[in-house]
Design a protein around this ligand. Structure first.
Ligand SMILES: Cc1cc2nc3c(=O)[nH]c(=O)nc-3n(C[C@H](O)[C@H](O)[C@H](O)COP(=O)(O)O)c2cc1C
Length: 279
């Protein structure tokens, strides 16, 4: 697969994977490729934990499910992320960002907007949404053949300081490399952020993975070979849309829009009619 094809095809996979383990060659390639990422002064502050032990994956799955439910029940998730939720295709296209919640059980559909916009989390429990999302999260993590945790050396990762920014930049480069290489190998990849958002649950995972004090757990992913026939989650979303090219970039200074012919230059990423279906 060439680079542009991998960039075109890279997507979050939030559906179940095929059950087989990722081959050792592929695991090695993923870590070696990720470690080619640039880092400030070649500091290489990231470490990776490849998790295939079923018992440990099950424990992390329970923690992830519990985290999702808790974040929903106390309203933290909706309060934090409400502005990213879209509930109809037109709204999603107009915004060019966020996630479009397009798969919702029929019984919930009439009130989904209300449920996700309500700052008081109790509504979410009332309609059973937090339980559905918590169960989905647990099941999807539990069934993954592999989880990958990434840590950053705290000597480099000092939030609020320049080195904190630099460590975050190199982490981003590592993650994008992983995402493109997994795409080339037909491996799906999904961020599992919720356990890192509940301090007590993050601590449980740090203990479970025996991460030393000198390193900070910064990301967890689930990975596995893609299953084209996988069923969608009970409540699910898509995020194909992107902001227009001319909104994303400026020319020479912030106040100057991209001039012609650059503004309407032909896309080399998407051929005619090849852009992702909207939304
Ligand atoms: C820092 C970060 C955290 C994310 N956390 C989650 C997550 O917890 N669950 C999830 O399914 N996707 C997560 N994502 C994926 C984004 O939702 C996704 O990249 C975005 O909607 C665009 O979709 P795409 O990756 O399919 O292009 C995260 C992405 C980033 C960069």
């Amino acid at each position: 697969m060439d680079l542009l094809e991998a960039i075109r095809k890279r997507k979050t996979t939030n559906t179940p994977f095929r059950p087989e383990r990722i081959s050792d060659e592929h695991k090695r390639l993923l870590i070696e490729a990720a470690a080619r990422a640039p880092s400030h002064f070649n500091s290489q502050p990231w470490r990776f934990i490849v998790i295939e032990d079923r018992e440990r994956i099950a424990q992390i799955a329970d923690i992830a499910g519990d985290s999702m439910k808790r974040l929903m029940d106390d309203g933290a998730f909706v309060a934090r992320y409400r502005r990213y939720f879209r509930f109809d295709a037109r709204e999603s296209i107009a915004a060019g960002s966020g996630i479009y919640v397009d798969n919702v059980p029929a019984a919930l559909r009439p009130m989904v907007r209300l449920v996700f916009s309500e700052p008081v989390g109790s509504l979410l429990s009332k309609f059973g949404v937090s339980t559905i999302l918590g169960n989905d999260q647990r099941n999807i993590v539990r069934s993954a053949p592999m989880l990958l945790a990434i840590t950053l050396d705290r000597q480099e990762y000092r939030p609020g300081e320049l080195s904190g920014l630099y460590a975050s930049i190199t982490l981003g480069a590592v993650i994008q490399t992983l995402w493109l290489v997994t795409t080339a190998l037909n491996i799906g990849m999904q961020f599992i952020s919720t356990p890192l958002e509940v301090a007590a649950n993050k601590a449980r995972i740090v203990a479970l993975l025996k991460i030393p004090e000198a390193h900070e757990l910064v990301a967890i992913f689930r990975m596995g070979y893609k299953d084209p026939n996988a069923a969608r989650n009970t409540i699910d979303w898509t995020s194909n849309q992107r902001k227009p090219f001319t909104e994303l970039a400026h020319y020479n200074d912030w106040e100057t829009p991209l001039p012609e012919p650059l503004a309407s230059a032909r896309s080399l990423l998407w051929g005619d009619g090849e852009a992702p279906a909207e939304p």
